[in-house]
Design a protein around this ligand. Structure first.
Ligand SMILES: NC(=O)c1ccc[n+]([C@@H]2O[C@H](COP(=O)([O-])OP(=O)(O)OC[C@H]3O[C@@H](n4cnc5c(N)ncnc54)[C@H](O)[C@@H]3O)[C@@H](O)[C@H]2O)c1
Length: 255
C-alpha cells in the first residue's frame, strides 16, 4: 500500500489514457506525481482530475526537446523537493501500410517513442535525488509486431533494447530500469487504431473496437491495471527485476 511512500515520480505523456492509471496507482502507493505533456490545458486538466491536491503537479515539455525536458524535470524536482522515479509513457502511433510509410512519419515516430525515452531518461538521471527507478512503456508491438504499424513496431522494439542498455550502464548509478509491454488498453490510442481499420475492414468502428481485446482476458485492459504493475516496478520490492520488458497484455504474447 505504501510501497512508494513520499517518492516523487515523473510521468511523461501525462495527459493520456494510460498515464491516468499510472498516476492513480502511484498515488495509491503513497507517492507523488509530476505529469509532463505537450498540451498544457490537457495536462493541467489531467492533474486536476486526479483530485490529489498538492501530491500532483502538471508540467509542459516535448520529450524530443532536450533542453525542454531537462527544464521540466528540474522544475518538477524543485516543486516536490526531490525526484525518485520516471515513467517514460509519452508515445505516438502512425498507421498505414509499410510501403506507404514516409521518411518524415518514420522519423517522427522514432523521435518521440525512442529518442524521447533516451532524452527523458538522461534528464531524470541528472536530477534523481539518490538513485532511482525508471519504467519505460514499450508495447507487445515491439515483440510480435502488427500490420500497418511498421514504424511503431520498430520504435517499441528499440525501447526494449534501450531498456537493457540503460539498465546495464546505470546500475552503478543506483538506477533500476525496466519496461512493460501492454496491449489492448482502452485509451484514445487504441480507438485511433479502430478508426483506421474500421472502414478498411468494412466494419462498424465501435463493434471492431470491442473485439480488440486480449483473447484470454476477453475484455480491454484498464489503465489502472497497467499502473499497478508500473507502481510495483518503481518500488524497492522490484530491485531484483532489472532490464526486463514484461508483457502485460493479458497473455497475448507468450514471452
Ligand atoms: N493503448 C494501448 O493499447 C497501448 C498498448 C501498448 C503500449 N501503449 C503505449 O502506452 C503509452 C501511452 O499510450 P496511451 O494509450 O495512453 O495513448 P494516449 O494517446 O492516450 O497518450 C499519449 C500521450 O502522450 C503525449 N505525447 C505525445 N507526444 C509527446 C511528446 N513529444 N512529448 C510529450 N508528450 C507527448 C500525448 O499528448 C498524449 O497525452 C504510449 O507509449 C503507447 O505507445 C499503449
Amino acid at each position: 500500500m505504501n510501497a512508494l511512500n513520499d517518492k516523487v515520480v515523473a510521468v511523461t505523456g501525462g495527459a493520456g489514457g494510460i498515464a491516468a492509471g499510472i498516476a492513480q496507482a502511484i498515488l495509491d502507493s503513497g507517492g507523488r506525481v509530476g505529469l509532463i505533456d505537450l498540451d498544457r490545458d490537457k495536462v493541467e486538466a489531467a492533474a486536476a482530475a486526479l483530485g490529489a491536491g498538492d501530491k500532483v503537479a502538471a508540467f509542459v515539455a516535448d520529450v524530443t526537446d532536450p533542453a525542454g525536458i531537462d527544464a521540466a524535470m528540474k522544475a518538477l524536482r524543485d516543486r516536490f523537493g526531490g525526484l525518485h522515479g520516471l515513467v517514460n509513457n509519452a508515445g505516438i502511433v502512425r498507421l498505414g501500410p509499410a510501403d506507404e510509410t514516409t521518411p518524415e512519419g518514420f522519423d517522427l515516430e522514432l523521435a518521440v517513442n525512442v529518442k524521447g525515452v533516451l532524452l527523458t531518461a538522461q534528464a531524470a538521471a541528472r536530477h534523481f535525488s539518490d538513485g532511482g527507478a525508471i519504467v519505460n512503456i514499450a508495447s507487445n508491438a515491439g515483440k510480435v509486431g502488427y500490420r500497418n504499424m511498421a514504424g511503431y513496431n520498430a520504435s517499441k522494439a528499440a525501447v526494449i533494447s534501450l531498456t537493457r542498455s540503460l539498465s546495464l550502464e546505470w546500475a552503478e548509478k543506483g538506477i533500476n530500469v525496466n519496461a512493460v509491454c501492454p496491449g489492448g488498453v482502452a485509451t484514445d490510442m487504441l480507438k485511433s487504431v479502430a478508426d483506421f481499420l474500421a472502414p478498411r475492414l468494412e466494419q462498424d468502428r465501435d463493434a471492431l473496437f470491442g473485439t480488440m481485446v486480449p483473447a484470454q482476458l476477453g475484455r480491454h485492459i484498464q489503465p489502472i491495471e497497467v499502473g499497478r504493475v508500473v507502481a510495483f516496478l518503481l518500488s524497492d520490492a522490484a530491485t531484483i527485476i532489472r532490464g526486463q520488458s514484461i508483457s502485460i497484455d493479458g497473455g497475448d504474447t507468450p514471452f
